[in-house]
Design a protein around this ligand. Structure first.
Ligand SMILES: NC(=O)c1ccc[n+]([C@@H]2O[C@H](COP(=O)([O-])OP(=O)(O)OC[C@H]3O[C@@H](n4cnc5c(N)ncnc54)[C@H](OP(=O)(O)O)[C@@H]3O)[C@@H](O)[C@H]2O)c1
Length: 323
């Protein structure tokens, strides 16, 4: 099979390309090459997607394409260049308008013109909706895959990796919200394998690509076990208290990763992996992802700030008449 990966120099698309080589596929990565090298065994076609596609792409006779683009113009050019292949387009659960629900509708309104995500990150989901439509309407056959939080080797966001790193360090750990809050992560390697299965089987349709919905108390337990921290000392600090302390949710330096405002975001990490699993997705235990994320880049609250918040919570909960 001749596979065209649009990308191949970062995290997910690189994992797809590397695993495709391991399967014995004939793999070409089309990108600028500015994010890093393409995996060994692949052919690199130099393409800046702000420009028209080179002849090496339009004349390529591809069986399948995997694309991870965020900008409609990038997808439009690629679809026009390679309309006859089976397309597997990687979208996102940020296409959903209602984060309080795990339902696969309604979608946000599509934005068909490119928007600079550095200045307007909210346009991410709206442009992905437009990209999905371009793929569906412009290609021979297609599958749209909407991942939730992707974790594992090569993840530069440092979100999930915060937890294995933090739990392996030990001591009192700030755990956010309540242990029953549901979260889910998918390992990049599981996702990549499934995308390749979908290329080979020419799977069609729209799917959420997510891990098993798990209470965060259980997930942190699995992460801790995965990194050999057998009796983690978790102190659960309610969301309202964290908000008053100015702790950031979700991601980034200063945040407690994976913590989300509830109930507004109750649905964002409780999507149903069932249809994808029925279509062949295999999910490894999150403890394995945790173990393999040790040593990765981490972005989250600093140890000093975490200790300050825990001290503030402890002194507040000791004060008589407060809760
Ligand atoms: N991380 C998550 O938790 C998460 C969650 C949900 C969905 N997703 C989706 O998962 C996918 C992740 O993709 P990824 O890991 O491969 O990372 P990515 O950052 O989306 O990859 C970008 C790829 O596109 C190429 N590229 C960027 N600009 C280009 C241009 N102007 N011309 C040609 N190529 C260009 C880059 O190569 P060069 O820079 O070398 O050209 C790189 O290989 C995305 O679709 C994302 O929306 C991620």
């Amino acid at each position: 099979m001749r596979l065209l990966v649009l990308g191949g120099t970062r995290f997910l698309s690189r994992e797809v390309a590397a695993r495709a080589v391991a399967r014995g596929l004939d793999v070409t990565c089309a990108c600028r090459g500015t994010s890093g090298p393409v995996p060994p065994g692949t052919t690199h076609v130099q393409w800046d997607r702000t420009e028209e596609a080179p002849a090496a792409l339009t004349d390529g006779d591809w069986d399948a394409v995997v694309d991870v683009a965020r900008l409609p113009s990038h997808v439009r050019r690629a679809v026009e260049a390679v309309p006859d292949a089976h397309w597997v387009f990687v979208s996102t659960i940020n296409v959903y308008a209602d984060n309080s629900s795990p339902a696969m509708e309604p979608l946000v309104e599509p934005v068909t013109d490119d928007v600079d995500l550095a200045t307007d990150p909210e346009a991410y989901g709206t442009m992905k909706v437009a990209c999905e439509s371009l793929v569906r309407s412009g290609t021979a056959s297609s599958m749209v895959v909407r991942p939730g939080l992707i974790a594992g080797p090569g993840d530069e966001s440092g979100r999930f990796a915060y937890w294995p790193t933090r739990l392996s360090r030990g001591g009192e750990v700030l755990a956010p919200g309540t242990p029953d809050d549901v979260v889910q992560v998918i390992d990049v390697r599981d996702l990549a394998e499934w995308l390749l299965d979908a290329c080979e089987a020419r799977t069609t349709g729209d799917y959420d690509a997510v891990g098993t919905p798990t209470a965060i108390g259980d997930l942190l337990g699995e992460v801790a076990a995965g990194v050999g921290s057998l009796s983690p000392l978790l102190t659960w600090v309610p969301s309202e208290f964290l908000e008053r302390q100015g702790v950031e949710p979700w991601a980034g330096d200063g945040s407690v990763p994976l913590w989300l405002p509830r109930p507004e975001y109750d649905g964002m990490m409780s999507h149903d992996p069932g249809p994808a699993v029925s279509a062949g997705l295999r999910l490894r235990p999150v403890g394995d992802t945790a173990r393999d994320s040790l040593g990765a880049v981490v972005h989250g609250i600093s140890a000093e700030r975490e200790a300050e918040v825990l001290a503030a919570w402890s002194s507040r909960s000791r004060r008589p008449g407060t809760s």
